[in-house]
Each structure stands twice: as C-alpha cells, then as structure tokens.
Design a protein around this ligand. Structure first.
Ligand SMILES: NC(=O)c1ccc[n+]([C@@H]2O[C@H](COP(=O)([O-])OP(=O)(O)OC[C@H]3O[C@@H](n4cnc5c(N)ncnc54)[C@H](O)[C@@H]3O)[C@@H](O)[C@H]2O)c1
Ligand SMILES: O=CCCC(=O)O
Length: 493
C-alpha cells in the first residue's frame, strides 16, 4: 500500500515512517513498530515506530535544549519561518491531502480543505507573533513605574486527534512556535503520517533543530502521555481528543502544575426554529453533521427542530442525505467516507440500537454499510428521539442524525443546556432578537448562526464545562503559550 501512495506523491520524501527527534528521523529505541491502516480498505499503509517513555524523554530534552536559543529569536524571524512553512503546505496540498485521505479516510476534497485550514493557522500565528505586546500600568505609587512583557513558557507538548491530524497540530504548534516555545508533537496512533510529512516541510522552512520533535505511538500512548505530563521541562500541554483522556491528562499534569489547554468532546445542539429558512438550514446541517463523516468535535449531535416545521425538516433532510455519496475518500464525488476506526462503528451502532429500542423511528439507513472492507456505516436519520436515549448524553461521532421535537424557545434552551459538555452549537433563525437571546443563553464556547462550520483560524475555538478550557486560534490562541511578566521600577531619585 505504501508504494501505492508513494507512486502518486510528487514529493516522495514527504512519505516518512520514522519518528523525528532532534532534527533526525529515528526509530524507537526498542525497535518496535505498529501498523497504520487505511480505514476505507483496511489495507496496511506502512508501519511506524512504537515509541515509549525513553524516546519521549529524548524528544523533550531536544526541545528543551533548543528552547535556550529559540526563545532568543526575534518574532519577525519566527513569523518568516511560519509564513514559509504555510506557503510550503499550500504548495504541496495535493501530496499532504493524499496522505490524509488514506490514513484518516476523509474525502480528498475535505483533505484539501484540511491542508488549507492547517496552513491558515501558520499564517495567522505568523502575524500574531509580532503582536504579543506588553503594557505600561499606571502605578498607585508615584515613585514606581510598572510595565509588563510577554515571554514564551518553554517546551510545549502538542497532542493531536485522528479526526483533523494536521490542522489540530498547526493550531497548537503554530501558536507555540510563534510565541517562542519549542515543541514535542504526539499525533494520534491512527494518523501519524500527515504529521510526519508536515515536519519535512517545517524543516525546509528553516526551523532550527529541536524546535519540532515527533513521538509516534499507538499501544504505548499512556506511557508517552505520562512522560509528557510529568517531565518538568514541559511547561505547556495542549490536547484535543476525548473528555475521558482530557481528565486523565489534567490529573497527570497536576503534579507539576503544567499549564493545559483541553479541547475535548462536544455534544453540539443544532436548533432549527420555525422562522428559519429551511433550505439554508438543510445546507448548514449537511456540513455540521456530515463533514468528516460526522467525526468533528463540533458535529451536530442533538438536532432540535421546532414542532411546526419538524415533519417538513425531516422529509427534506432524508431527501438531501440520499444524494450524499458514500465511499472511499479517493473516489470521485464521495461526500461521506468511512469512520476512522473500528470502535467508532461499534459506538454509532449502539446509539442507533438504543434509540430504536426506546421508540426512535429510523427513517433512513440504520446499519453498517455492506460491500466494503472498511469502517463504513449507512448515513442514518432517526426521528422521534427522546432525552432518555444514549445519543442525548454522548457524542455519536458518526453520520447518524437524531431529530428531537421542541415547542418553545425556553424549552429548547433548557434542553440544549442539559448536558455535561459545551463546545459548539448551531441555531437557524431569521430573527435577530432570537439569535441574540439564544446565543447568549447557551452554555457553550461557540455558536454558529445559519452556518454549518465554525472553523476559522481567526476565530477563537474552545469550550466550557467538560469540553475543556483554553482557546485555540484567534488572537487569544498565542496567549496560551506565553507568560505575562511584570516589572516594578523604582524611580525615586
Ligand atoms: N475533540 C475532538 O476533536 C475529538 C477527537 C477524537 C475523539 N473525540 C471523542 O472521543 C471519542 C472516542 O475516540 P477515541 O476512541 O479515539 O478516544 P480515546 O479516548 O481512546 O483517545 C482519544 C485520543 O487520546 C489519545 N490517548 C488515549 N489514551 C491516552 C493516554 N493515556 N494519554 C495520552 N493520550 C491518550 C489517543 O491517542 C487519541 O488521540 C469520540 O467518539 C469522540 O467523542 C473527540
Ligand atoms: O474536531 C475538532 C476541530 C474541528 C474544527 O476545527 O473544525
């Protein structure tokens, strides 16, 4: 399979199957390796090193040594490296997208989009690098002056999920490197290859040795995670993934009080009011639900439709979903690819079975997709959902839609907020006052209004409650990697 991808890459050197430590491509000290699969075919793409705590410490030590000089570089220089890296990513979009498509399963169109999205964070933080201003603070003591300035925290660990393997890395390390931090990346075991390709381009952009290190692991992820959390040189850890793992990492980081950003699970409400433009709502919903086969942290999970338009929305949705082609991401016109791993299929099917058992009516799909080796399920629409069902509490993370009916604005606000997590949310309405009222009342970090995608490098991304804390992207993203130092100056003579 590797040769299949290799023959199609313009830049063959972007295909790497070793870790990257201290500017060198390396194997695990133990010599162990693990398989990377294509979720559409279950073909083995290649093997990569199964790194452990010992390898992780080497990566941290490299980043720590590099920090001594990298923190002295000017913001202008760091911005130039980031801009060049962004340009290189865009120049090699086709190659990066092909690797992404095969390891994650997303369609080529979406993979192209992810490369542009990933590059946008590098460009954005190139700009932000030069805007980490301090301030002069009016002092209450006439004999003193006070000012603040910002400095990089130190080594930053960037732990990315498998659903957006490179965009989540650049959202973290773009900010870290712009701030003057050096980094250790831990890609998800399912999707290490696009991250490794990204590092080739970072090297080419000119980042000094040790600024970027990559530890690949699958079965030893707990060991690697613990090493990153417990090493005193790591002063910042940023993780995107499940709430379960986020809580574990927060516990592990408490020993050194390592600063954390956690972008964890969501359970986004998608609310369709009866004054909404239904055509626009269906278009927005199609993106909010089916982008990346339903595997985004902000995917629409609980779909609340106001009673008067409930049946009309359900019918229009089924009609629309029937037009969405399912298949391998490399096939033309495919809109929905496979799920990225086997446990995702099991979880989605358990949600469907639970809804059926409790009175939900499956009006489209409802089963795994036959005729494929990979992890495919039929796009599914279920109506007459009730709040007792599993899908109400848990993120399904698959192309499965559950439609809930509501009557009033107060009722839907209370339903939407009855949830342990609060990341994304979507509302469809033509009323400006309703938009403000609901947006302000929702317990979430992000609200989309008549749109299906919340992602933009310039917009802060993050959640509340058990969706985690910290903001990525936007003008706040770089602050997560900086300390504010204050200086009080005696001016008495
Ligand atoms: N916020 C997101 O973007 C996002 C991404 C992936 C998964 N999820 C959520 O998580 C659910 C389950 O997905 P999963 O089965 O991959 O989740 P998981 O909890 O097994 O793993 C999530 C991530 O954490 C890493 N990880 C696992 N154990 C770790 C440890 N001990 N230390 C450090 N890192 C560790 C894994 O490599 C993976 O990248 C999904 O259905 C979805 O709800 C959310
Ligand atoms: O799934 C997590 C991130 C999704 C996004 O940034 O659009």
């Amino acid at each position: 399979m590797a040769s299949n991808i290799l023959t199609r890459l313009t830049r063959k050197d972007l295909f790497r199957n070793q870790g990257y430590i201290d500017g060198a491509w390396v194997d695990a000290a133990s010599g162990k390796r693990f398989d990377v699969y294509d979720p559409a075919t279950l073909d083995n793409i290649t093997t990569v090193p199964e790194m452990d705590a010992e390898d992780t410490v080497k990566a941290i030590e490299s980043a720590s040594a590099a920090f001594k000089t990298y923190k002295q570089t000017t913001a202008r220089q760091r911005a130039r490296w980031l801009r060049k890296w962004s340009d290189l990513c865009l120049e090699h979009t086709a190659d990066l997208a092909l690797v992404l498509c095969h390891e994650n399963g997303k369609t080529l169109a979406e993979a192209n989009g992810e490369v542009a999205y990933a590059a946008s964070f590098l460009e954005w933080f190139a700009g932000e690098a030069e805007r980490t201003y301090g301030e002069v603070v009016p002092s209450s003591n006439s004999k003193q002056r006070i000012l603040t300035f910002k400095q990089p925290l130190g080594v930053a660990a960037c732990m990315a999920p498998w659903n957006f393997p490179i965009a989540m890395i650049t959202r973290k390390c773009g900010a870290a490197l712009a701030a003057g931090c050096t980094t250790v990346w831990k890609p998800a075991g399912e999707t290490p290859l696009s991250c490794l390709a990204l590092a080739v381009l970072a090297q080419e952009a000119g980042f000094p040795k040790g600024c970027i290190n990559i530890v690949t692991t699958l079965d030893l992820v707990a060991q690697v995670g613990k090493a990153l959390c417990s090493h005193k040189a790591v002063r910042k850890l940023s993780f995107t993934g499940s709430t379960r793992v986020g809580k574990l990492l927060a516990n592990q980081c408490s020993a050194n009080l390592t600063k954390l950003s956690l972008e964890l699970g969501g359970n986004s409400p998608f609310i369709v009011f009866d004054d909404a433009n239904l055509d626009k709502a269906i278009e927005a919903f199609t993106m909010a639900k089916f982008r990346n086969s339903g595997q985004t942290c902000v995917t629409a999970n609980r779909v609340f439709v106001q009673s008067r338009v409930y049946d009309q929305f359900a019918q229009a949705l089924v009609k629309k979903v029937k037009t969405l082609k399912v298949g391998a991401g490399t096939e033309p016109d495919v809109f929905i690819g496979p799920l990225t791993h086997e446990r995702a299929v099991a979880k989605a099917m358990s949600h469907v079975e639970d809804a059926k058992a409790q009175g939900g009516q499956v009006i489209l799909g409802g089963a795994p997709l036959t005729g494929y080796n990979g992890y495919f399920i039929q796009p599914t629409v279920i109506r007459d959902m009730s709040t007792k069902m599993l899908m109400t509490r848990e993120e399904t993370f698959a192309p499965v839609v559950g439609l809930y009916r509501f009557e009033t604005v107060d009722e839907v606000i209370s339903l939407a907020n009855d949830c342990d997590v609060g990341l994304g949310s979507f509302i469809c309405t033509e009323s400006t006052s309703r938009m403000w009222r609901v947006a302000e009342a929702l317990d979430v970090g992000m609200v989309g209004v008549n749109v299906g995608v919340l992602s933009a490098c310039e917009s802060p991304f993050g959640g509340v409650k058990e969706s985690g804390y910290g903001r990525e992207g936007g003008r706040h993203g770089i602050d997560e990697y900086l300390i504010v130092k204050s200086m009080l100056i005696n001016v008495s003579d």
